[in-house]
Design a protein around this ligand. Structure first.
Ligand SMILES: [Cu+2]
Length: 154
């Protein structure tokens, strides 16, 4: 049930400014491309060697990611190669965040403080949570605890 994201406007200026919608769209494209590049680099590394390089991809990649600030009311976090994309996400309160498991292993997204969680997501599953109040959350996959990410609701 991942409908087309409806882009909302950042506070200033009522009505849908095409510019800010475009900015958010570009942001998403950048994130998507980054995910693809990292995912294929990682997959290539795994297939290329059963040996030394393999250990870099053993779960919870620490490759740098660009933090994402989204003005959209519906935002997707994709789980690929034992990592959350984006790993550091800021959304506006009232936004719905959907975690999509695009990996081949089961994962979840669970607040370290225990206030929310997606439950286990099998490959291909997704779960959406709406965040009505501001908060700074560290969350993780409880199945693979070195998969860590942050969600800021502002
Ligand atoms: Cu996991």
């Amino acid at each position: 049930m991942t409908g087309p994201s409806r882009l909302t406007v950042d506070g200033r200026g009522a009505g849908g400014s095409p510019k800010s919608a475009l900015r958010v769209a570009i942001l998403f494209i950048v994130v998507a491309l980054t995910s693809l590049v990292l995912a294929s680099a990682c997959a290539g590394g795994m297939m290329g060697s059963g040996g030394m390089q393999g250990q870099m991809h053993g779960g919870g990649s620490q490759a740098p990611q660009t933090p994402v600030i989204s003005g959209a009311s519906q935002v997707t976090v994709e789980i690929i190669n034992f990592d959350f994309f984006p790993r550091d996400l800021t959304v506006r309160q009232g936004s719905t965040v959907t975690w999509v498991n695009s990996d081949s292993a089961p994962h979840d997204a669970t607040d370290a403080g225990g206030s929310w969680g997606t439950g286990t997501l099998s490959p291909g599953d997704d779960a959406a949570l709406t965040f009505d109040s501001p908060g700074n959350y560290q969350y993780l996959c409880t199945i693979h605890p070195n998969m860590k990410a942050t969600l800021n609701v502002v």
